[in-house]
Write a protein that binds this ligand. Structure first.
Ligand SMILES: Nc1ncnc2c1ncn2[C@@H]1O[C@H](COP(=O)(O)OP(=O)(O)O)[C@@H](O)[C@H]1O
Ligand SMILES: Nc1ccn([C@@H]2O[C@H](COP(=O)(O)OP(=O)(O)O)[C@@H](O)[C@H]2O)c(=O)n1
Length: 205
């Protein structure tokens, strides 16, 4: 079974995807990490995320980078949102994601374009959303817990800028697939969001 989980920043899609993977005993891929690794590599090389060439060349990042805690920070997230608008970057990361989805037994992938581009034939597709203020609050609290000095307003501005870039780019913009099931987690606890996600997947089995 292939499960596609898409949605904007800090909507809870990663939490839900990990829980679905544990529930159904499937491997999970956080595809945002791949774009974050490309963004971080461009920054580390002193390049410009807006340059299609710098971004494409950074797609050769070493796999060890995927475990780097810097990828969780706002700098990598913002750079990821810029490099991910280049069609050449999306193309370079596509085979790896499609191969992950196609492994025997299936997989759970979360990102922005899993249900629309990477796995359009997924057995179950969820589109997870929450208001931008609630998402910013969650991300802000996550960063504070990790000891990062930031402000709520800054996190909210980053999230809004990323939402706008991700949903208006020409290449695989963030959007709900027509056959995706909507899950608004704004006023749900993590536990309720996970239970609801499992119920929605079950409805498609
Ligand atoms: N329903 C929820 N209620 C409250 N906090 C949540 C909920 N879902 C996720 N979170 C928290 O919000 C933060 C972002 O969640 P995450 O799953 O990483 O989002 P995404 O993968 O969409 O960026 C995490 O700290 C997570 O624990
Ligand atoms: N499948 C994906 C996943 C992420 N991305 C890009 O990568 C950035 C970081 O994604 P992420 O999922 O790690 O970000 P969060 O939602 O965790 O904040 C996003 O803002 C998107 O621009 C994408 O374009 N396509």
């Amino acid at each position: 079974m292939i499960i596609a989980v898409d949605g904007p920043a800090a909507s809870g899609k990663g939490t839900i995807a990990r829980a679905l993977a544990a529930h159904y005993k499937l491997p999970h891929l956080d595809t945002g990490l791949l774009y974050r690794a490309v963004g971080q590599t461009v920054l580390d090389r002193g390049g410009d995320p807006a340059s299609a060439l710098d971004a494409f060349e950074a797609c050769d990042f070493a796999d060890a980078l995927l475990a780097d805690p810097r990828l969780k920070l706002a700098a990598a997230g913002n750079a990821a949102s810029v490099v991910s608008a280049h069609g050449s970057v999306r193309q370079a990361l596509m085979d790896r994601q499609r191969a992950f989805a196609a492994q025997p037994g299936g997989a759970v992938l979360d990102g922005r374009d899993i249900g629309t581009v990477i796995a359009p034939d997924a057995d179950a597709k969820l589109f997870v959303r929450a208001t931008s203020a609630i998402r910013a609050r969650r991300r802000y609290e996550e960063l504070v817990r990790a000891g990062v000095a930031t402000s709520f307003d800054r996190v909210l501005a980053d999230i809004k800028a990323r939402d706008l870039r991700d949903s208006t780019r020409a290449a695989a913009p963030l959007r709900q697939a027509e056959d995706a099931m909507l899950l608004d987690t704004s006023y749900m606890s993590i536990e309720s969001a996970i239970s609801r996600a499992i119920a929605l997947v079950e409805s498609r089995r």
